[in-house]
Design a protein around this ligand. Structure first.
Ligand code: DSN
Length: 420
């Protein structure tokens, strides 16, 4: 019994340990351009494996249902305070397990069934939890969607305003999972105030860039939700910020309504992540993330690719493959075979269904964490061109991908964690 209790993963379950090694090698030998994925730093991973994973702590600091909460109270309070400092709102709830739960909690806090939400639809760059018909948000609320302009592919604010005045939504959502330009939170705020709607800014994709000072802050929002693992580079998890007047409603919606015991090890890791976000090094990292995305974008345009909106202001963008006789799914599969990881994505007004679609989404948070610099992005653009446009021999491209990762990745020490 003692032996099982104290043996390492590699001894207890060698076949599962081997999977962990294979996953490490997949990441280290490939080029991961999935815009929502990132590599947390060592301190975040250490926090995730800390003894705070033991603790049950239903409730909030100072008001728990279990004893022994002396230290978790300090951890949660620290995480809340750091989140407030970074994003500048009155109250933070650091307990949501994910971005979906964070959005759900905001809806529960302020909406009744049947209330109207105005949001960007998923197929135009929005998010599943912003009212898609297969999600709880689309089933429980009356959702009206705004869209992007057919020509510019930018959010059409005339339409947002028109729909807001016509439908008088109780909540307007400014947020996306595939919009590469600046989300103009001020304009959303003006429209929301005009029709007395609440404004939720879902900054899941942009949070790290906002923390680093390289993307506008959603100051006009009543509520801000985010995940903590994308550009923020923290643990898998969610976060809600809100104006002080909504504090109680938000806290009650998260616990006891939607969740039970908070994951204290994740909250510990969120606190570490927020501390890291305030460093100059993190600010430089987020600047490079955007520079890398822009460089990749221009390299691809030079090779003849079409980019939705023609460029990017953040860490990601969409390639429009409609003129290239290849679907998003086919491009994703070809790239996966050569060791480049992306996700197929609908483009605005996509003629194809979501499972096939006509675009791929590319992002630079992960490879920038591995130390990739803008001057190396032309090689990545060339690899994508060889695979998608020129359909070169896949073995040759795979070798190029492996050579790239061997030569360029500088932060590989973090992967030694698996060898401890
Ligand atoms: N799955 C996330 C993304 O890729 O953007 C959103 O939930």
């Amino acid at each position: 019994m003692h032996d099982i209790f104290s043996s390492s993963l590699s001894r207890i379950a060698p076949e599962l340990y081997a999977l962990g090694i294979k996953e490490r090698d997949r990441l280290l030998n490939g080029i991961n351009l999935i815009a929502s994925e990132n590599l947390p730093s060592l301190a975040v991973i250490e926090a995730l494996t800390s003894f705070f994973s033991v603790k049950y702590a239903e409730g909030y600091p100072g008001k728990r249902y279990y004893s022994g909460c002396e230290f978790v109270d300090i951890v949660e309070e620290t995480a809340r305070n750091l989140a407030k400092e970074i994003f500048g709102l009155d109250h933070a709830n650091v307990q949501p397990h994910s971005g979906a739960q964070a959005n759900h909690a905001v809806f529960e806090a302020i909406l009744n069934d049947g209330d109207t939400i105005l949001a960007l639809s998923l197929d135009q760059g929005g998010h599943l939890t912003h009212g898609h018909k297969v999600n709880f948000s689309g089933k429980r609320y009356n959702v009206v969607f705004y869209s992007v302009d057919k020509e510019t592919q930018l959010i059409n604010f005339d339409e947002v305003e028109y729909l807001a005045e016509k439908h008088k939504p109780k909540l307007i959502i400014a947020g996306s999972s595939a919009y590469s330009r600046v989300l103009e939170f001020d304009k959303f705020g003006e429209i929301a105030r005009k029709v007395s709607a609440y404004l939720l800014a879902d900054i899941a994709h942009y949070a790290g860039l906002i923390a680093g000072g390289h993307y506008p802050s959603p100051d006009s929002a009543d509520f801000v939700t985010t995940t903590t693992h994308k550009t923020l580079r923290g643990p898998r998890g969610g976060l809600i910020l809100c104006k002080g007047e909504f504090k109680e409603k938000i806290d009650r919606a998260v616990f006891p309504f939607l969740q039970g015991g908070p994951h204290m090890h994740t909250i510990f890791a969120k606190a570490i992540c927020f501390k890291i976000c305030q460093t100059e090094e993190f600010k430089r990292y987020t600047k490079t993330v955007i520079e890398n995305a822009r460089k990749l974008c221009s390299g691809l345009i030079r090779q003849g690719f079409k980019v939705v909106t023609g460029g990017t202001d953040c860490h990601m963008f969409l390639l429009d493959l409609t003129d290239l006789n290849i679907t998003g799914k086919e491009a994703q599969d070809i790239l996966e075979r050569v060791g480049v990881f992306v996700n197929k994505n609908t483009i605005p007004y996509d003629p194809r269904p979501p499972a096939i679609c006509s675009g791929i989404r590319l992002g630079t948070p992960f490879i920038t964490s591995l130390g990739v610099e803008p001057e190396q992005m032309d090689i990545v653009a060339e690899i994508l061109g060889d695979a998608i446009l020129r359909r070169k021999n896949e073995e040759i491209i795979s070798t190029k991908v492996r050579d790239f990762s061997k030569e360029v990745y500088k932060m590989c020490g973090i992967f030694d964690l698996y060898n401890r």
